[in-house]
Design a protein around this ligand. Structure first.
Ligand code: AMP
Length: 406
């Protein structure tokens, strides 16, 4: 057993998720508190939930209050909140979600100046995501000089993929320069794969496709719990359509935008990352709940496109692993939207997917559940994700190798 607690930090463009874990003897870790500060730079709000499942505490900044404007300020707010609860005493290590680990990092690493410089060198591979994790890491290092800092990479889980899965059909020099399919959401896939293997040990070691359907969305094929293929590619734009990102697109469209519309890289980046996906198609919102509640035909078509691409990608991933034993849904949409799951599964009936309608409808609100019928050749599950738990486990493994598995 390891003395001291582990804080996990997961910084995005407008949110900072955090959790505090206590290492245990038999179980890897136990979460004492978790939460997030959302709306950084705009209408900030903080939610803090204790591990015992009590009512969450909430704080909303009024318009005339000085709300946190960046990651550094958000971290100060979160730390002050944890400190006021006496939770920062005995902090042993801080685990950070770092989106991109390039070709170099296939596991979590302790952070020192040299490692930080290498992570910063990867910024061009994820310019819209990497800076927030780095800013948070820098701020935490300044504040906690004696606690270990550990970088946990979202790409690391996918470094097991074969050449045919992580290359593009470009001249080899580009592959050698790092132009590859990295895949993302790796911290989520690791958690869901491990948890599913506990729930269904036989199939969990088989051919599994996990669909992580949140504001960012991707799907991943696994064999024996290891990633073999992912829908996300060089950047977090590829694959499934997302809240505001386009997903798979013909690169010829980009050439057309440059040549005919005279759009430069910044304008195209803005279009593909912030104004496409569900938001672009519906012209309404990136939020699936808003689209569901709408009567607009464009909102309906946006959902139809999402479901159609989802079914197609799941089938493609199943082909890449020679068949499928289990399909697992996770993240905001995957854990809550029974109609999206039902729609994708209906398109996969030919593959042997049979959903129990009542079980599917009941599997909402972050509950683990099997939603396939008893006689379905392919098991279909909902397994809520917990990236923070993966970060804590990886951090523990770095500071005390072998402890997390003990
Ligand atoms: P995540 O990125 O995992 O937090 O997922 C966020 C997305 O999940 C939101 O943008 C919503 O579109 C979706 N979501 C959350 N709750 C629900 C729900 N009850 N029904 C449908 N979609 C939901």
């Amino acid at each position: 057993m390891v003395a001291g607690q582990i804080l996990t930090l997961n910084a995005g463009s407008s949110s900072l998720k955090f959790a505090l874990f206590e290492p245990l003897r038999d179980d890897a870790t136990r979460c004492r508190v978790r939460g997030q500060l959302e709306g950084i730079g705009a209408a900030a709000r903080l939610v803090v939930q204790t591990g015992d499942g009590g009512q969450p505490a909430r704080r909303q900044w009024r318009a005339d209050e000085a709300a946190p404007r960046d990651v550094r300020a958000a971290l100060q707010v979160v730390l002050a909140e944890l400190d006021s609860r006496g939770l920062l005493d005995g902090l042993r290590a801080i685990g950070h979600r770092i989106v991109h680990g390039g070709t170099e990092f296939s596991s979590a690493r302790a952070v020192d100046d040299a490692l930080l410089a290498r992570i910063e060198g990867l910024q061009s591979l994820a310019p819209l995501h990497q800076p927030y994790g780095i800013a948070c890491l820098r701020a935490a290092r300044e504040r906690f000089v004696h606690a270990a800092q550990v970088a946990c990479f979202d790409t690391a889980f996918h470094r097991t993929q074969a050449f045919v899965e992580d290359t593009f059909a470009l001249p080899r020099e580009y592959y050698d320069a790092g132009v590859r399919r990295y895949g993302f959401h790796g911290l989520s896939y690791q958690y869901v794969a491990q948890r599913y293997a506990q729930l269904d040990p036989l199939r969990g070691r088989g051919r599994v496709v996990i669909a992580h359907l949140g504001n960012g969305a991707s799907a991943c094929a696994l064999r024996d719990g290891r990633s073999t293929s992912s829908t996300m590619g060089f950047t977090a734009l590829d694959g499934l359509p997302m809240g505001t990102r386009c997903g798979q697109i013909d690169p010829g469209v980009l050439l057309w935008l440059m040549q005919e519309r005279k759009m430069d890289a910044d304008a195209i980046s803005d279009l593909l990352y912030r104004h496409s996906g569900l938001k672009g198609l519906s012209g309404l919102s990136n939020d699936m709940r808003v689209l569901r509640a709408s009567e607009s035909s464009r909102a309906r078509e946006a959902i139809e496109y999402f479901v159609a691409r989802l079914a197609r990608e799941i089938a493609a991933l199943a082909a890449s692993i020679g068949g499928i034993d289990a399909l697992v849904f996770t993240a905001g949409i995957g854990e809550n939207d029974a109609a999206v799951r039902a729609g994708a599964c209906a398109s996969l009936h030919w593959l042997g997917v049979r959903v129990d309608d009542a079980a599917n409808a009941a599997a909402v609100g972050g509950r683990e559940a099997r939603i396939s019928t008893a006689d379905s050749p392919i098991a279909v599950w909902v397994v809520p994700t917990d990236e923070e738990s993966t970060i804590a486990g990886q951090t523990l493994d770095v500071i005390e190798p072998g402890a997390a598995a003990a």
